[in-house]
Design a protein. Structure first.
Lengths: 415, 298
């Protein structure tokens, strides 16, 4: 018999302790990532035919991209609460399964794979990293709803399961050019931000559309987001003889550019893309943001008689009440609500969260279809998964500062 | 006339790069340490100034002074925590620093500071209210703004103040001696430890002033430090390590080069302009344009 030394722990004891620790860690791990008050840690199945319906919400809840994910998450939670209050979808309440991909495309892929393998077949997002899912979409059976400017997502041959609702470059650019034409501004300087794919996607569309519009592009400048001094850009615009500026940009560079425009006394109208409404313009000259500059926004974000379209009012009030008016950024809120409604429509018609059936429904039945407002009519097809219309009618120009009473909504301008 | 506008833009931005580079060089000259957390001092100054001025409505001057002081104190803390423990005894004086180790530890400090800033302020970008009205002054066909005057003026002021400090004060002479030969300086009674702290404090002030100067046209975000840290390093690589005037020249070269590249070539290739400038300087004068043999402060 082996004598045990005092204080010596046997291998068996050590193994027992280790096993206990591991089991305890597994039980506590994945600490509550709940949406809508539900503990949705283990999406082991989708609740059966009568239980809650699990819908994933994937995005960067931490890290530098958390702000945009929060905007989507807030609107989604408010929408889910409203749907559940009305009895859910097909009698089943929605249970949100929230996952943080920390802004990492690799994590997004891992998370979505785990969710799908765990039975969650319908999801909102990944809010930023949807383009990373290309090959996963070819392998697994799920469907996801996003609002992202990446045009690649709209090609079902590459992204068969993604359904996008972002305003198309054609609609955005067409709206800018129509506004310029109405004001008789036919010599445009184009200033674009090298942010994401914004310039890469909208500039070619701009070049194509000006050919038939009677407008000439007299100067083009694509700026690095780190650029801090735009005085030379303003000087070049002056030198070019431009009588209008097309600003295709998003982010803090817009305010800095407008400061240089003001300093140079460049008194020409500025026609900005919708990115301006999602940017912090608090340090931009008010004379420019209130008079000289207009920005394209989706028509559903326009106030009518000082109020949003009827279909959005209840959800918007609930959003303000729960998360505060300051939580709203940009003009994408109505698109988000419509996207969720589109998802609900597909689930209802498919009889449940069945990705294949949902895809068939979306591609065949979403034809010039509106959801919460008759203003925008969405269309999907087997060859195009961006539901937003390509015509300029779906967007309009506004002064870019949001309504203080209804943040996320804007007052239309004649222009 | 456009070219002169381009020059003005380049000089004003370059002045800020020069200040960050000056911060690097002040620390390097005094301690032979590359403080890779120098850019984070600029970031701290911007974030603290924003917090005090824009969020808490403090008077501008007070907010800026406190922000610069915070940057100075933070840099001293970096010295105490990441550099001072690395000194080895030579004879009876703590003088020698393992350069490679100090690169690692100050890099670690920069990461810690950035992440602490992320925890405290979050990852979002904040707009910093401008110091001056938006209207510029037209000199011929060139528009000059108060912001541009501030950036250039701040760089000149810090450079002149620093040169006066090193030439006319005892501590300035002490730092000069440390720059030449830390061991000999220690043997002559120069308190090298305190001198090192002073060098870091002055480096923090230089970067803090840079932050306060550029805040209205930069983005107030915890990630700001990395960007300007790189620019400052490029400035001293071009201007010369350990040379205060070299940092200024290097900063101006980088700023003007970027402005010319952005206007006449492509703003999206901004980083390539920096790389090309470094390659040219390495080919022509590898030690930097104004570097001299032996460490000199100016």
């Amino acid at each position: 018999m082996t004598k045990r030394r005092r204080g010596h722990v046997s291998s068996l004891q050590l193994a027992s302790v280790l096993a206990a620790v591991l089991i305890g860690a597994a039980a506590c791990g994945g600490a509550a990532q709940n949406g809508n008050g539900n503990n949705s840690n283990t999406p082991s199945s989708n609740g059966g035919a009568k239980g809650p319906m699990k819908i994933g919400l994937v995005g960067a809840f931490s890290g530098p991209y958390a702000i945009s994910t929060k905007a989507v998450a807030d609107t989604f939670r408010v929408w889910v609460a409203s749907v559940n209050d009305s009895g859910g979808i097909n009698g089943r309440k929605i249970q949100v399964v929230k996952r943080d991909d920390e802004g990492s495309p690799q994590k997004s892929v891992q998370i979505v794979r785990k969710l799908v393998e765990g039975g969650v077949k319908v999801m909102v997002g990944p809010v930023e990293n949807a383009p990373a899912l290309g090959s996963l979409e070819q392998q697994l059976d799920f469907t996801n709803f996003v609002i992202l400017p990446d045009q690649r997502l709209n090609d079902p041959s590459k992204f068969p399961t993604t359904f996008n609702n972002y305003q198309t470059p054609q609609a955005e650019v067409g709206t800018l050019l129509n506004a310029a034409k109405r004001k008789g501004k036919t010599k445009l300087a184009v200033v674009a931000a090298d942010v994401g794919d914004l310039a890469d996607q909208e500039l070619p569309v701009l070049k194509k559309q000006v050919k038939s519009s009677g407008i000439h592009l007299v100067y083009k400048h694509v700026y690095d987001p780190q650029a801090s001094d735009f005085s030379a850009v303003a000087a070049k615009i002056k030198q070019s003889g431009a009588n209008g500026i097309a600003l295709i940009a998003v982010g803090p560079g817009i305010a800095r550019f407008l400061q240089s425009v003001s300093a140079a006394n460049l008194d020409v109208p500025i026609f900005a893309s919708s990115g301006a409404t999602a940017s912090d313009l608090s340090t931009a000259p008010k004379a420019i943001t209130e008079h000289q500059m207009t920005s394209a926004v989706v028509s559903s974000a326009i106030l009518h008689d000082g109020k949003p379209a009827k279909g959005y009012q209840k959800l918007t009030k609930a959003l303000y009440a729960k998360y505060g008016k300051k939580s709203v950024q940009g003009s994408g809120m109505t698109l988000q609500f419509d996207s969720f409604e589109m998802m609900k429509f597909a689930i209802e018609k498919a009889g449940g969260p069945d990705p294949k059936k949902m895809r068939k429904v979306l591609e065949s039945q979403v034809k010039h279809k509106s959801f919460l407002s008759p203003v925008i009519k969405y269309t999907l097809s087997p060859t195009d998964h961006d539901a937003f219309p390509s015509t300029a009618k779906a967007m309009t120009m506004v002064h870019p500062l949001t309504s203080s009473q209804w943040p996320g909504y804007y007052t239309s301008t004649k222009g | 006339m456009l070219f002169f506008q381009v020059l003005v833009a380049g000089i004003s931005t370059g002045a800020v790069y020069a200040l960050v580079g000056l911060g690097y060089n002040i620390v390097f000259a005094g301690t032979h340490v590359f403080n890779l957390a120098q850019g984070q001092m600029l970031m701290l100054a911007v974030m603290v100034a924003w917090t005090l001025r824009d969020a808490l409505s403090w008077p501008t001057v007070l907010a800026v002074v406190v922000a610069i002081a915070v940057a100075a104190v933070a840099n001293v803390l970096v010295e105490r925590v990441t550099v001072a423990p690395l000194r080895r005894r030579i004879g009876s004086a703590d003088t020698k620093i393992d350069i490679l180790a100090s690169l690692v530890t100050t890099l670690g400090a920069s990461i810690v500071i950035t992440n602490l800033a992320l925890v405290f302020w979050g990852p979002g970008t904040r707009a910093f209210k401008p110091y001056f009205p938006f209207h510029g002054i037209d000199v011929g066909r060139v528009t000059l703004t108060g912001q541009q005057f501030l950036m250039v003026g701040a760089a000149l002021l810090v450079l002149l103040a620093y040169q006066a400090f090193t030439r006319r004060t005892r501590w300035g002479s002490a730092l000069t001696a440390m720059a030449e030969d830390p061991g000999a300086a220690a043997l002559r009674g120069v308190p090298v430890g305190r001198g090192s702290m002073l060098a870091f404090a002055l480096g923090g002030i230089a970067s803090g002033v840079a932050g306060a100067a550029i805040a209205p046209i930069a983005y107030a975000s915890p990630s700001l430090g990395f960007d300007f840290g790189i620019k400052g390093f490029v400035a001293i690589a071009i201007g010369g390590f350990g040379s205060a005037s070299g940092a200024v020249v290097g900063g101006l070269v980088v700023g003007i080069g970027e402005s010319i590249g952005a206007t006449y070539w492509n703003d999206q290739y901004r980083i390539f302009v920096d790389v090309i400038l470094i390659l040219i300087v390495l080919a022509v004068r590898p030690r930097g344009l104004l570097a001299r043999r032996g460490m000199r402060l100016a």
